[in-house]
Design a protein around this ligand. Sequence first.
Ligand code: KMH
Ligand code: ZN
Length: 280
Amino acid sequence: MTTGTLITVAPTGAESAKAEVPALPVTLDELLLTAKECEALGAAVIHVHIRDDDARPTLDQGRLRETVTALREGTDLIVQLSSGGAVTDPEADRLAVLDAGPDMASCTMGTLNFGDDVFLNRWEFIVDLHTRMQERGIVPEYEIFDLGHLTALQRLLGKYGLPAGGHVHVDLVMGVPGGMPGTTSALVAAHQALRDLPAGTTFSATGIGRSTIPVMLASLSAGGHLRVGMEDTVTYAKGRPVESNMQLVARAVGFAQLAQRPPLTTAEARGLLGVPVAAR
Ligand code: KMH
Ligand code: ZN
């Protein structure tokens, strides 16, 4: 059954430099303002990477906790912390992200070349993330950068059981150099592979860079949801830098409405993803 559209905003990421992308929200105040404005436009989930005082990516535990608290106090968004961090982050720091007590955390389902770098996600590390999230009632979003990551997820769920909340939600991150391309045919292939996952599995999709729009349209037509934001897209159109995350969320909301699948409210998103209100 086709539902409304879950819109996730990924406002910051770990890859873009503030000096090159001045509109990137990097301070807590900037992040909070972005979160409030994106929620007002129709986002229901925020996928969070944080920065230090020099705007460099960090997994500092104090800052993560402060960020979760501020987002909870200032918005009704589902707070999803990135456990992916930056490609240079050690596994221990990435696991410790869960200690900040988010509603959700990302869980990348395999290793891949990530541009000129390697984004390392060993099997044992994935199992650790999955089982710790089960124990703590943190709902995962499984990040799928390549088709084989869906096979790894099938194996993970078969061996270790369903995630907290009982619902499986994946995010197709498409167009990373080293992962699957951001094309309709790749999305259709991933969509078909979802049949091997538990009934009711839902998916979002995001296309990096210029694959943003094709992936958004393909996802909507396949019954999928949307992730947008400056983590993935810093150019709005040829020669036009993104002005703000709100600009990207507004575009996604417009496309979702055109598809007659309007944005889910935060309450509806909690129901879909199995994120309890009580956890807040
Ligand atoms: N920054 C990437 C290396 C995630 O947030 O879980 C990893 C990433 C995925 O963005
Ligand atoms: Zn991320």
